[in-house]
Design a protein around this ligand. Structure first.
Ligand SMILES: Cc1cc2nc3c(=O)[nH]c(=O)nc-3n(C[C@H](O)[C@H](O)[C@H](O)COP(=O)(O)OP(=O)(O)OC[C@H]3O[C@@H](n4cnc5c(N)ncnc54)[C@H](O)[C@@H]3O)c2cc1C
Length: 207
């Protein structure tokens, strides 16, 4: 990490280190159109040059590791999110979407598949437990599920912003506060989803 130039990511892809992934993030102040993305995507020389520039600030390993980058092994990954959806189910709840289809997020925090797993886990718990408890309408359970899951996704999006603020080269000063903010990850990792579902079910019974 460098305070001005952001992050230089280097991760072994094979146990013996014979293949590595090198990554850097950059801002596009003006969003490219679909046609412009197509042009950027095939401009491998620019991608390699981007991966090689300013690397001395990250130390000699960054410089040497990026010396020979095969053009056909470069890729560009634009980070997009989909707008928040009103509903993750069809009108009669016969079709339900989850995971990326419901809330695709950039993987800055490495949470994409994790959030999809939690969607499935909580949906299964809720379906099973609300079927046992005939007083809970399926639509009510689905509403709770989507709202709870969306609130966690919102939290991950905020975390992504915080991580991106550190990894990106310094642009304007708007990201400074986020860059310096301490990471709070307890809400993300220290959670018992079964207890959350059971507590919610119990609350419905009391009403
Ligand atoms: C480069 C990259 C790196 C990532 N790194 C991480 C990471 O480190 N940690 C992490 O947690 N997440 C990461 N993610 C995100 C993670 O891969 C996704 O969040 C996760 O795969 C979402 O799972 P999903 O089942 O919702 O969707 P998908 O995995 O996209 O599965 C959808 C499936 O539906 C199929 N499909 C699409 N249309 C149709 C159709 N019409 N008919 C039939 N089948 C269809 C697709 O082929 C696909 O197999 C990364 C993603 C990318 C692209």
């Amino acid at each position: 990490m460098h305070p001005q130039h952001g992050a230089f990511v280097i991760t072994p892809q094979k146990v013996d280190g014979s293949g590595i992934l090198i990554g850097k993030q950059n801002r596009f102040p003006v969003e490219p159109s679909r046609e412009e993305w197509n042009v950027i995507q095939v401009d491998k020389a620019s991608a390699v040059s981007f991966l090689q520039q300013n690397n001395s600030v990250f130390g000699s390993i960054a410089t040497t590791s990026a010396t020979h980058i095969p053009h056909d092994q470069t890729d560009i990954w634009p980070f997009y999110i989909i707008p928040k959806l009103d509903s993750w189910a069809s009108a009669n709840e016969r079709v339900i979407i989850l995971g990326d289809a419901a809330h695709v997020i950039p993987s800055s925090a490495g949470q994409g598949i994790n959030q999809a797993f939690v969607d499935v886990y909580m949906l299964a718990l809720l379906s099973g437990l609300s079927q046992e408890n005939k007083r809970i309408e399926r639509a009510t359970a689905m509403k709770f599920w989507q709202e709870y899951r969306q609130s966690r996704i919102n939290g991950v999006m905020e975390l992504n912003k915080q991580i991106d603020a550190r990894r990106l080269p310094v642009g304007d000063e708007s990201g400074r506060e986020l860059r310096d903010k301490k990471f709070e990850l307890d809400w993300l990792y220290n959670v018992d989803f079964e207890a959350v579902v059971k507590t919610w079910i119990d609350e419905q019974e009391v009403k």
